[in-house]
Design a binder for this molecule. Structure first.
Ligand SMILES: [Fe+2]
Length: 167
């Protein structure tokens, strides 16, 4: 692959998802969902997504193959792959923060020591802050997630959640 083309796609990766969404007039991200469904993958299947870009289709494929399955995304652009990796890191850390919230809450519910309960409650609040910070990052970097948040979390404030209004 010529380095100029690679450079172009590395640069393009920062707003690739937005351009695709606008170009296809697919505000809901339904096209990528459709593509994932048309593969007819089943639980436990394996898939190779060539030229995966930012990995948005591959992310849909992972839902189809489930935990025992495997999806591998390849791309010649390190910019595209970097964007996909950052989203994965954020999702993974968000899972860990939510698990921590649940674990702290379970220990708060059963501890007999008031001092320990106070410490655990403090830690629980911190984990909620961490999860919220990650969710905000995801909102700014995953257009479909931002759209769903706008619909389900802030339906009374549709102007609030335009993820590109603050960039
Ligand atoms: Fe945390």
């Amino acid at each position: 692959m010529r380095s100029l083309r690679r450079f172009y796609y590395d640069l393009f990766s920062g707003f690739y998802d937005l351009i695709i969404r606008l170009h296809s007039r697919d505000r809901e991200g339904l096209l990528r969902h459709f593509i994932a469904e048309e593969t007819r993958l089943a639980k436990g299947d394996r898939a190779l997504d060539l030229c995966t870009g930012t990995g948005s289709v591959a992310a849909g494929l992972t839902k189809a193959v489930g935990e025992p399955g495997l999806v591998v995304g390849l791309d010649f652009s390190m910019g595209m792959l970097g964007k996909a990796k950052e989203l994965h890191r954020a999702y993974f850390c968000l899972i860990k923060e939510i698990e921590a919230i649940d674990e702290y809450q379970q220990r708060i519910d059963v501890t007999q020591d008031e001092t320990l309960r106070t410490i655990l409650k403090h830690n629980l609040d911190e984990e909620k802050e961490h999860a919220s910070m990650l969710l905000e990052w995801v909102r700014r970097n995953d257009e479909l997630f931002a759209k769903k948040m706008r619909v389900y979390l802030y339906p009374e404030e549709p102007e609030l959640s335009d993820p590109y209004s603050t960039f």
